[in-house]
Design a protein around this ligand. Structure first.
Ligand SMILES: O=C(O)CCC(=O)C(=O)O
Ligand SMILES: [Fe+2]
Length: 258
């Protein structure tokens, strides 16, 4: 199942390395720009709760190395993105990662009470809906809390998030995938090594994260659960098939160790 999710087609490669986009990113992180290991296309389907992303800071999904790195996300709208079809909602910029909880489905959750208490967020003034015109882009960092709400229209909301960081900073993704260099002032003719980037299937790695250590190393390609190492980073307060799969793999690992 992994491959169709991880291969960047030519149009996406061109978008990721787009000159204008990199110029904007350069203003945020400087001229040595790498693609971060994580990008996503984001179809938000009407009425499908799995595509409603709860409040979170992206670093909650990354490993702790990411806390000292500025990861700049460019969220690109493929169609008009509105409050009704589930645009991004962003809030506050205190600059620290606070603890998340796991997981109604496969997403981490940052509860509003914690944001108020720990980040000093005032939901009335700090939460901002970010409707966008097709083709526009919004930038945010790995510590900005954000979410996307239900799509109450009858059409799919489509967008894509692309991440960038300064070359040489830790990839921050549990050793599961590395980024690639996209811009280097010392190499004006640099061609990004997209094949090397795509060859690292992070969905397979996420499943292998626990399984591999159990020794059987097998990944069922029809398994649609999305477990990930961030599930052991935070407290598990809810259960879902995804969390339970993660715990099952982890339990197997523990048993084998005994
Ligand atoms: O597109 C969404 O619904 C969520 C996006 C998001 O969390 C991200 O791009 O980091
Ligand atoms: Fe996010």
């Amino acid at each position: 199942m992994g491959s169709f999710l991880v291969i960047l087609n030519i149009a996406f490669r061109n978008l990721y390395g787009n000159e204008k986009l990199l110029n904007a990113i350069e203003q945020l992180i400087g001229p040595n720009i790498s693609a971060h290991p994580i990008w996503n296309t984001r179809p938000k389907l009407p009425g499908v709760i799995e595509t409603d992303v709860p409040w979170h800071q992206d670093s909650a999904y990354f490993d702790n190395d990411s806390y000292s790195t500025l990861v700049a996300t460019a969220w690109v709208a493929f169609y008009d993105t509105t409050v009704e079809n589930g645009c991004l909602e962003n809030g506050h910029k205190k600059g620290m990662v606070i603890n998340h909880d796991c997981c109604d489905n496969f997403y981490l959750m940052l509860f509003e009470e914690k944001m108020v208490k720990r980040l000093g967020v005032d939901p009335k003034t700090d939460f901002q809906m970010c409707p966008m015109k097709a083709g526009s882009v919004i930038f945010f960092s790995n510590v900005i809390p954000h979410r996307s709400n239900p799509n109450t229209t009858d059409k799919i909301r489509w967008g894509m998030d692309l991440r960038y960081q300064k070359t040489g900073t830790p990839w921050g993704f549990y050793g599961m995938k590395s980024g690639i260099v996209l811009r280097d002032p010392d190499q004006p003719d640099l061609v990004p090594d997209w094949d090397a980037y795509d060859s690292q299937d992070r969905y397979i790695k996420q499943k292998e994260y626990e399984i591999e250590k159990t020794g059987d190393g097998k990944v069922d390609e029809f398994d649609t659960t999305i477990p990930g190492p961030w599930m052991e980073k935070w407290q598990i307060v809810r259960h879902s098939v995804h969390v339970d799969q993660f715990l099952k793999d982890k339990g197997k690992k523990a048993q084998e160790a005994n």
